[in-house]
Design a protein around this ligand. Structure first.
Ligand code: KIV
Ligand code: ZN
Length: 516
């Protein structure tokens, strides 16, 4: 089944992991983490990176600005509601991008107009046109989204699109904001827009699907089949509520079923798996094991009949190869005799893009680990990199932890931390070693969060395996997840707790409100 690769029409991949994805609970990232994701998205080959919503907070603004100043080969989009203040702020953030794009939006469904915007249809058209014209003063690359398009009146929607295209929008987006559409209907809507918007040839049709009914990817694909040429999606499908359409699924559907859809993307599919892992490592939010393309079981064949078939010919039960998404299949295990070259090679094979300094730092940690542990597996290296370089601390950093506990001792923790650059040391008791460590950290950081979940996993097998701890904290309704890994599970717990506290601080600073 070797596909003939004649060039076909391109579908643009618009990634909104850093905007719609990051906005969802548990997925907040700080500025350094966002920059790392943006760099990875550029390597992955996404056409457009939606870097954030600059008006939402100072932190969002700074992150979008930094990404715009760094990224060179992907477009960088900033989101703005249809008003002057948002648009001016979005431009301020993205103006130094090599390829800037302003993405402005307003709702078009009657239900949103009546209850949220309290505006008439004509008023909304005026605002949309005004917003596009203002954005055009800054850049020719303006995208317009009709929020809640799928619950809007189709003829009114077509009027809106025709007017914004006249005003200069070069991309018109059709969001299924509440995940209400079903594929046939959504495909027909795209066809309807093509047939009823007279100037549609001057714009690219984009779609943006949410997954409330589990149809985000199916809807996006139906739209492409009917002529949409941009899809908005996120890595691992993260996003508001049930999430957004998953980038990896859309891309691999188009690649695997090129015979059906006849379109290409610019995505370097071998970077899909490392990109997915990066999001998991940074946010600590795991991917469900049976998730298509990037789930742990996506390429695991358990049944005897399947295994037998695979051994005879891979194509019997495999429609795409693990290598095509960059899933390393090497079983090479590193140990204490492995040198820096072997380590660097493995890190690269796992898809990480580290600087020389980061490599040096992680190699040292690897050597320490290899001294204690006979075999260092890929999962150990991934955890170590996540711990050492991917999760950027905001204000709290754990330096040292000593815990005394035993059947006849009151569990006591001595903790040394850096809090906003200042060294702090304290000690405290608890009901067990982890409790003592958490209470002392809470005392040092003066935080009052509630522990919702505490889970320990062993990263690989054996009693010398690293422990990976996940904690979920809540404060004033904000929920965050933190992760930590170390051979000592008390240390891993403390790292996870500090990671979650940093995320909590970051989430509190963001405080996104008033999105309509
Ligand atoms: O879901 C939605 O409608 C959005 C818009 C801002 C495009 O995220
Ligand atoms: Zn959305």
């Amino acid at each position: 089944m070797t596909a003939r690769h004649t060039p076909r029409e391109q579908v643009k991949i618009f990634d909104t992991t850093l905007r719609d994805g990051e906005q969802s609970p548990g997925n907040t990232m700080n500025i350094q983490e966002k920059l790392r994701v943006a760099r990875q998205l550029e390597i992955l080959g996404v056409d457009i990176i939606e870097a954030g919503f600059p008006i939402a907070s100072q932190g969002d603004f700074e992150a979008v600005k930094l990404i715009a100043e760094t990224i060179r080969t992907s477009e960088v989009a900033g989101l703005a509601r249809a008003n002057d203040t948002d648009i001016d702020r979005a431009w301020e953030a993205i103006q130094h991008a090599a390829l800037p794009r302003i993405h402005t939006f307003i709702s078009t469904s009657d239900i949103h107009l009546k209850h949220q915007l309290r505006k008439t249809r004509d008023e909304v058209i005026k605002l949309a046109v005004k917003a596009v014209k203002r954005a055009k003063r800054y850049t020719p690359n303006v995208e317009f989204s009709a929020m809640d398009a799928t619950r809007s009146d189709w003829d009114y929607l077509c009027r809106v699109y025709a007017e914004v295209i006249d005003a200069g929008a070069v991309t018109i987006n059709v969001p299924d904001t509440v995940g209400y559409a079903v594929p046939e209907e959504f495909g027909s809507l795209i066809q309807y827009i093509i047939n009823h918007v007279p100037n549609i040839a001057q714009a690219t049709i984009s779609v943006h699907c949410h997954n409330d009914l589990g149809l985000a990817v199916a809807n996006s694909i139906a739209a492409i089949a009917h002529g949409a040429r941009q899809v908005e999606c996120t890595l691992n499908g993260i996003g508001e509520r049930a999430g957004n359409a998953a980038l990896e699924e859309i891309v691999m559907i188009l690649k695997t079923r090129r015979d059906v859809f006849g379109v290409d993307t610019r995505i370097n599919t071998e970077k899909i798996y490392p990109s997915s892992r990066l999001i998991t490592s940074i946010t600590g939010v795991p991917v469900q094991p049976n998730k298509a393309i990037v789930g742990a079981n996506a390429f695991a064949h358990e049944s005897g009949i399947h295994q037998d078939g695979l051994l005879k010919n891979k194509m019997t039960y495999e429609i795409m190869t693990p290598e095509s998404i960059g899933l390393a299949t090497s079983s090479l295990v590193l140990g204490k005799h492995s040198g820096s070259h072997a380590f660097r090679k493995r890190v690269e094979e796992l898809g990480f893009n580290l600087t020389e300094e980061e490599l040096k730092k992680t190699f040292k940690r690897f050597k320490d680990l290899a001294d204690k542990k006979k075999e260092v597996f890929d999962e150990d290296i991934q955890a170590l990199i996540a711990e050492e370089v991917l999760r950027a601390p905001d204000i709290y950093k754990l330096i040292n932890l000593t815990v005394v506990s035993g059947t006849a001792a009151i569990p006591t923790a001595t903790v040394e931390m850096e809090v906003e650059g200042k060294f702090v040391r304290d000690a405290g008791f608890g009901d067990g070693p982890v409790d003592a460590a958490f209470k002392t950290i809470a005392k040092i950081t003066k935080t009052k969060s509630k522990l919702l979940k505490y889970a320990v996993n062993s990263i690989t097998g054996g009693t010398d395996a690293q422990g990976e701890v996940t904690v979920r904290l809540e404060e004033d309704g904000t929920i965050v997840v933190g992760q930590g890994a170390a051979m000592d599970i008390i240390m891993a717990s403390a790292l996870a707790y500090v990671n979650a506290l940093n995320r909590l601080e970051h989430a509190k600073k963001k405080n996104i409100q008033g999105l309509y």
